[in-house]
Write a new protein. Structure first.
Length: 222
């Protein structure tokens, strides 16, 4: 949807620039304004949708989300010549939405896979407890992220893939912005460490929330 919309906005904006007649110019501008408004509401809708869909918070082991997601993508990773290393230490249960966290893991793994195209490489998924936080990291030996875009990658529609990014690899630029929203909803953070030409590590840190605290927070919030 976004590339289509952006394409038509660009088309009418370009047309508007060429038109001499003021009234026709206004009409072309109006189309651009309407398209921008639609784009804005689509973006907002997508983000709220991704955050609100199925809120099943419960005491759970995030290891389950990691293992299930890895099982789901295993065949695809093998086809992409990617070796998977799992370093999964036991972690405490925490109140979280496993469905949403699986989506985060999937987004990070998909990005890691894309960064290692076409030659493949090594994907390392680490899960551990450090300083009372659950730490999930996804590392790849791929392209890395150029310094200039590193602080923009969490923005919606920021992509180096698909039609928007001028690449054959499909992508919408929504994976990281949606993941960021989910992690934020869990009171956590995402960090990026990357060396161009060598690879990237994305680290998600989440607080350990026990059920008793969770219920108390809900009562206070109500
Ligand atoms: N592991 C990674 N290695 C290299 N670049 C990455 C990695 N993860 C994210 N990026 C960069 O961040 C951009 C935004 O990522 P994302 O929001 O998932 O959107 P998409 O994957 O659809 O492009 C990507 O287009 C890519 O340029
Ligand atoms: Mg992505």
């Amino acid at each position: 949807v976004a590339p289509l919309l952006l394409g038509s906005m660009l088309g009418y904006a370009g047309l508007g620039r060429q038109i001499r007649d003021i009234e026709e110019k206004d009409r072309a501008l109006e189309v651009v304004v309407q398209a921008c408004k639609r784009g804005r509401s689509i973006t907002r809708g997508l983000l709220t949708f991704a955050r609100r869909q199925e809120h099943h918070r419960a005491m759970a082991d995030i290891t389950d989300a990691v293992v299930e997601t890895l099982t789901l993508v295993e065949i695809d990773l093998t086809k992409s010549h990617i070796k998977v290393v799992r370093e999964l230490e036991p972690i405490p249960l925490t109140v979280c939405d496993l469905g949403q966290l699986s989506q985060v893991v999937l987004n990070l793994i998909t990005n890691a896979r894309d960064a290692m195209k076409p030659g493949g490489g090594t994907l390392t998924v680490r899960l551990r407890e450090r300083r009372d936080l659950i730490e999930l990291s996804v590392s790849d030996t791929g392209s890395g992220i150029e310094e200039e875009i590193r602080d923009k990658i969490f923005e919606p529609f920021m992509t180096t893939k698909g039609a928007l990014g001028g690449s054959q690899t499909p992508g919408t630029g929504l994976g990281l912005s949606v993941s960021y929203g989910i992690v934020q909803d869990h009171g956590g953070t995402i960090d990026v460490a990357s060396a161009p030409g060598q690879g990237t590590t994305m680290t998600v840190r989440l607080p350990v929330v026990i059920a008793e605290n969770f219920e108390r927070e809900l009562a206070v919030g109500a």
